[in-house]
Design a protein around this ligand. Structure first.
Ligand code: PGA
Length: 225
């Protein structure tokens, strides 16, 4: 049975109190399936509180960061090194298009970040705009996120997303897991998740609302009511 990843990318939203409210509302509602991987990616400042709340609640939620330093721990002011976060996070989003656009993040930086997280046994989730964006060695999970679909309310077509996912698997490995991101909602998630080559979704805006996020997860596993 294929893995289904549902990864909430909160971006620069939610303070600690709001983050904890989300966990307490979403946690108890989540279906438990072996192949279902629900991940929440809060801001760095919320990571440890969210981790604590998930652990105490015993909720089936993994924790991710939205970025990571391309350097190891040391004299790099303002950076968040993978080695220092390894007990807090399971996954790290790397090379999101908002970072490439607003912070001039290069493919080279992306590749260094992947190296850093792999060394700390954190799963890299590399974001690509298509099969032409390089996927660094060692990556087993990739998000196809076309820029026109991010935050616009206009997702890509499920068929096109499936074709891109197929091309990525052909180019790198059939074992590569590819998820889709860009205006995912509870109303359209099923059309993506049912595509042969798509292993999950990365909702941004829709992940902020606990009820909507739970609906997305339930749609993914066919638990609708
Ligand atoms: P969106 O963002 O769901 O708000 O379009 C997705 C993303 O950028 O990860």
């Amino acid at each position: 049975m294929k893995n289904i990843w549902v990864i909430a990318n909160w971006k620069s939203n939610k303070n600690i109190q709001e983050a904890l409210e989300w966990v307490s509302q979403v946690g108890p509602e989540l279906p438990r399936r072996e192949n279902l991987k629900v991940v929440v990616c809060p801001t760095f400042s919320c990571l440890s509180e969210v981790k604590k709340a998930v652990t105490i609640g015993g909720f089936p939620i993994l924790i991710g960061s939205q970025d990571i330093s391309s350097f190891e721990a040391g004299a790099y002011t303002g950076e968040e090194a993978a080695a220092l976060l390894k007990d807090l996070i399971d996954l790290s989003i790397i090379g999101h298009s908002e970072r490439r656009q607003n912070f001039s993040e290069s493919d080279e930086a992306v590749s260094k970040k992947v190296e850093q997280v792999l060394r700390s046994n954190i799963t890299p989730l590399v974001c690509v705009q298509g099969a032409d964006t390089p996927v660094p060695e060692g990556c087993k999970l990739v998000a196809y996120e076309p820029i026109f679909a991010i935050g616009t309310g206009t997702p890509d077509t499920p068929e096109n997303a499936n074709n891109v996912a197929k091309s990525l698997k052909q180019k790198y490995s059939q074992a590569l897991e590819v998820i889709y991101g860009g205006s995912v909602t509870s109303g359209n998630v099923r059309s993506f998740i049912t595509q042969e080559n798509i292993n999950g979704v990365l909702p941004g805006k829709a992940s902020l609302d606990p009820e909507e996020f739970v609906k997305i997860v339930k749609e993914c596993v066919g638990e609708t009511n």
